[in-house]
Design a protein around this ligand. Structure first.
Ligand code: GDP
Ligand code: PGA
Ligand code: MN
Ligand code: MN
Length: 580
């Protein structure tokens, strides 16, 4: 197979000359192709067969132990002007970046197959969707891209009709961290990633294309590419509101998107549209409309069980690729938080004895088709997407941030998002549990200067007629003993209920300097097992702590100098003044 798109054909030829593969294979996305790949990976040891009786069509991949998470310090945005990448990104001059990685790509695919993966981010017939082509030498990447995107012949046909596509070149190289780089060239719609086989570094349709490159395109074209889940919330009367929520990696997006309502809230239903990425455009009626550019979930495994989230738990019992989980004696996948089974082999493939520390890697992942989700929204494949009623920002904050509050208006909401902070997690290499600013959960993913990004967000006030309301949530407050104060998971529906009722103007709140907070009487408490003192603590504002927080946000904004919109600084001064 080949293509009528000359630029694609030339690029594949050029890459083959540089990387010297033993053969070239154009992916069609067919079932037979996938079966052949899986067979080949079982033979090579890239995949291990899990217990096919308990987990039909499930496989395990063990990545190199030095290659288990995104590498933010090795991720670069290579724009002509350093200012355009901003202090939020590592920057390298494009010419230098190309030379550096091309030297590593030279001969990198010797003895390997070069796979050409045409893919479409978003429903294949949606005007909001965008296409790309990933070239890789990793069959594991091919199998994952097949689940995570609309991959193969149909995507190639769309590329041939449209002409343009994002070019992503990937090789696992020699997997050595010294020769690992994830380079983005937004002005050239090009990605070059070498030395890692891990999801966010290697599945180029996801973070590299759908967030870093797409955010740049979105700014130029007047739309938004965000690190957000999209969910539908259907109330007992049958009305559905769609919510988009930005939480940093490993802070609860997949779980919220697949929420299982508590038994004490009958009649409420949740529908998943997406669990990680959201592309939004202003529609003809002046509303924000969203699509999920992905077709599958690359989700955090630890913590998943039938009590925290039985939708996710059921979903990953078949047709799933597990990465870096532990295994039981009879070949079942195992992870921390799973209530049954005993691990005998750890994520590295070594014998495991209890007391050895985590058996599964804390950032172990599942890859599974969205169609396996029992509450997959029928509108998830709709070319026109869904209208968004509310946008949520949130993170892991053991202190300061209340359970929920609503921004005063859009501009204040942009400050709430811009000033967001969260404890770091195992999703990226580095220390975990450290609070850092993570604007709109896009710190690792915004392909341009945050100052310009905040300005772009503010501009929607004039672009749209009916903007979503903006809220901040925090499921992760802790008490003096370090225990979570809020039960989270299904109980988060109580917070979502208040949010949608705010959107309908049906429920009250208390005005505070930081925004509107629910009073106890505004909240559905029926069947909730949280004592009054804890609830009051979760729903109150510590003025002294918030003064410090707002001052820190001011200092943070200063880093971006003249690129910070005046309107954003004005919002920060206003909240600080209101705190007294
Ligand atoms: P994502 O990476 O943002 O999609 O986050 P996930 O939904 O995969 O969750 C990451 C981790 O946080 C998992 O270990 C979950 O079990 C845990 N988690 C998710 N939601 C909640 C919650 O509401 N409360 C608590 N305490 N933990 C949660
Ligand atoms: P997550 O996705 O947000 O589900 O953790 C992967 C990532 O952001 O690295
Ligand atoms: Mn993510
Ligand atoms: Mn997730």
């Amino acid at each position: 197979m080949s293509t009528s798109n000359v630029s694609l054909k030339n690029w594949v030829d050029e890459v083959a000359r540089l990387t010297q593969p033993a053969s070239i294979y154009w992916c069609t996305g067919s079932d037979a192709e996938n079966s052949n790949l899986i067979e080949a990976m079982l033979e090579s040891g890239d995949l291990i067969k899990l217990n096919q009786t308990t987990h039909p069509n499930c496989y395990l991949h063990r990545s190199d132990p030095s290659d288990v998470a995104r590498v933010e310090h090795l991720t670069f945005v290579c724009t002509r002007s350093k200012e355009d990448a901003g202090p939020n990104n590592n920057w390298m001059e494009p010419g230098e970046a190309h030379r550096k990685v091309d030297a590593l790509f030279a001969g990198a695919m010797r003895g390997r197959t070069l796979y050409v993966i045409p893919y479409c981010m978003g429903p294949i017939d949606s005007p909001y969707s965008r296409c790309g082509v990933e070239i890789t030498d990793s069959p594991y990447v091919v199998a994952n891209m097949r689940i995570m995107t609309r991959m193969g012949t149909e995507a190639l046909r769309r590329i041939e009709r449209e002409g343009s596509f994002v070019k992503g070149l990937h090789s696992i190289g020699d997997l050595s961290p010294e020769r690992r780089y994830i380079m983005h060239f937004p002005e050239e719609l090009t990605i070059k990633s070498i030395g890692s086989g891990y999801g966010g570094n290697a599945l180029l349709g996801k973070k590299c294309h759908a967030l870093r490159i797409a955010s740049w395109q979105a700014r130029d074209e007047g739309w938004l590419a965000e690190h957000m889940l999209i969910m539908g919330l259907q109330n007992p009367e049958g009305r559905t509101h769609y919510i988009a929520a930005a939480f940093p990696s490993a802070c609860g997006k997949t779980n919220l998107a697949m929420l299982v309502p508590p038994a004490s809230m009958p009649g409420w239903k949740i529908w998943t549209v997406g669990d990680d990425i959201c592309w939004m455009q202003v529609d003809d009626e002046g509303r924000l409309r969203a699509i999920n550019p992905e077709a599958g979930y690359f989700g955090v495994v630890p913590g998943t069980n039938s009590k925290t989230n039985h939708n996710a738990y059921d979903m990953i019992r078949r047709d799933t690729i597990f990465t870096n989980v532990a295994v039981t004696a009879d070949g079942q996948p195992w992870w921390e938080g799973l209530e049954e089974g005993t691990p005998t082999t750890n994520w590295k493939g070594q014998p495991y004895t209890p007391g050895d520390g985590p058996a599964a890697h804390p950032n172990s992942r599942f890859t599974v088709s969205a169609k396996r989700n029992p509450i997959y929204s029928t509108l998830a494949d709709a070319p026109e997407g869904v209208p968004i009623s509310a946008i949520l920002f949130g993170g892991r904050r053991r202190e300061v941030a209340p359970l929920v509050y609503e921004a005063h208006d859009w501009a204040h909401g942009v400050l709430v998002g811009a000033g967001m902070a969260s404890e770091t997690t195992a999703a990226a290499v580095g220390q975990t549990g450290v609070v850092r600013r993570d604007s709109m959960a896009m710190k690792p993913f915004c392909g341009y200067n945050f100052g310009d990004y905040w300005q772009h967000w503010l501009s929607f006030e004039h672009k749209a007629k009916q903007l979503p309301r903006i809220f901040h949530v925090n499921w992760f407050r802790r008490d003096a003993q370090g225990r979570f104060m809020w039960p989270g998971f299904g109980e988060n529906l109580r917070v979502l209920r208040w949010i949608t009722e705010r959107c309908e103007g049906k429920v009250g709140a208390q005005e505070t300097a930081i925004g509107h907070l629910p009073r106890r009487q505004d909240f559905d408490l029926y069947g909730l097992d949280v004592d009054t003192a804890t609830l009051d603590a979760l729903l109150s504002v510590d003025a002294a702590a918030w003064r410090t927080e707002m001052q820190e946000i001011g200092t943070y904004l200063d880093q971006f100098g003249a690129r910070v919109p005046d309107a954003l600084r004005a919002q920060q001064r206003k909240v600080l003044a209101a705190l007294g």
